[in-house]
Design a protein around this ligand. Structure first.
Ligand code: SAM
Ligand code: SF4
Length: 360
């Protein structure tokens, strides 16, 4: 578990944790007991999105303003705190963890954090990244126990790529996709946030990219979670129009979801050349099957990207709370979850935190 160049642990030593795959002593959430993270609508929460930093090396126009201010480091969870919350969540039935941010790979020691999370015993451990720092880290991350990565890439035109992301370059990100696959982190899913008038003329190009590389491309609807607050409904490129456009060029057929809670609707090319997906959070919300719980980089548990309530597990931990108290806080967060995000309702209020602060 050696740290690669540029990724040194921040004075933190990973601990070996006992796997809790066996039914937990507190009842075994996977068995569907009261211990499970089940909300009032019967949705079992077994997927945890862990934001490990609010910092980023890019400033995507749909996400962060150029002059963003980050939280002081002492307010962020330390690695042992993140792993502790993850282990408590695992005992409550969480089986999948996605590490995200901000940009998770800017956090020093991320490989050691992944190694410690892997020892908790989750069925799936993945990471979402902008790809800029991935190439040298891909193999160490895979060796640490990471299973797969999603890589964001909003344009296949170099100038436009840099204009949207304000920094970075397309070549590095394409190289990162190759490195991830070579390290065994494939299939690499490619996240594309479509914004009307910005990159929606590239839908067919991305479909071609999916066909020629075999990398599933996920077209994501622009959500009202941008820090600049510039989101407007007119900027959303609806998933139905994306599917219509691709379907005019190549025959598509739906792929039955292996995981009914997955946010992407998947379609394969009938001629066998790969697949694409749409994440229609705005126009076809999938809240009814949501199984996701989120932990922000500063330790707040959130039951929804768009929720307005959160509880600070960091404060509880730093006040000396035991694991049972943390488990109660996770259960309470899930118990308070609303049936839907309400984006399409008249009284919708954006959450105070933006996407990069919550963790996408
Ligand atoms: N920095 C990493 C990245 O860009 O992949 C991980 C964090 S980022 C917040 C996670 C995902 O959220 C990315 O695919 C990004 O494109 C997407 N995203 C960010 N802001 C968004 C918004 N306002 N609407 C929809 N997706 C957004
Ligand atoms: Fe950074 Fe990801 Fe937000 Fe872009 S989308 S600014 S890469 S956190």
């Amino acid at each position: 578990m050696s740290a690669p160049a540029g990724s040194t642990p921040e004075g933190w030593a990973p601990v070996r944790l006992r796997s809790t795959r066996r039914p937990a002593p507190d009842g075994g959430a996977a068995a569907g007991t009261d211990a499970a993270l089940c909300d009032r609508y019967g949705r079992i929460h077994d997927d945890l999105r862990l934001s490990i930093t609010d910092r980023c090396n890019l400033r995507c126009t749909y996400c962060m303003p150029d002059g963003v201010e980050f939280q002081p480091r002492h307010q962020l969870l330390r690695f042992e705190e993140i792993v502790r919350v993850a282990a408590v969540a695992h005992r409550l039935g969480v089986q999948a963890v996605r590490v995200t941010g901000g940009e998770p790979l800017v956090r020093r020691g991320v490989v050691d954090l992944v190694a410690a999370l892997s020892q908790v015993g989750f069925d799936d451990l993945s990471l979402t990244t902008n790809g800029m720092l991935l190439e040298p880290l891909a193999r160490p991350l895979a060796e640490a126990g990471l299973r797969r990565v999603n890589i964001s890439c909003d344009s296949l035109r170099p100038d436009r790529f840099t204009a949207i992301r304000r920094r970075g370059d397309l070549g590095t990100v394409l190289g990162a996709m190759d490195a991830a696959e070579a390290a065994g982190l494939g299939p690499v899913k490619v996240n594309v946030v479509l914004v009307a008038g910005v990159n929606d003329d590239e839908v067919e190009d991305f479909a071609t990219f999916a066909r020629t590389t075999g990398r599933p491309v996920r077209f994501i609807e622009f959500m009202p979670l941008d820090a600049p607050g510039a989101w407007q409904r007119e900027a959303v490129v609806d998933a139905a129009s994306v599917l219509r456009r691709i379907g005019r060029r190549w025959a598509l057929e739906p792929v039955a979801a292996a995981d009914p809670s997955a946010p992407a609707e998947r379609y394969r090319f009938v001629d066998g050349a790969g697949e694409i997906g749409v994440i229609a959070s705005v126009t076809r919300p999938f809240c009814g099957t949501c199984n996701r719980l989120r932990l922000t980089a500063d330790g707040a548990v959130r039951n929804c990207l768009f929720g307005t309530d959160e509880v600070s597990l960091r404060d509880l931990m730093r006040q000396g709370a035991d694991d049972a108290t943390l488990a109660d806080a996770l259960r309470a967060a899930v118990g308070a979850k609303l049936p839907g995000h309400g984006i399409n309702e008249p009284g919708f209020l954006r959450p105070a935190r933006s996407m990069s602060m919550i963790g996408g």
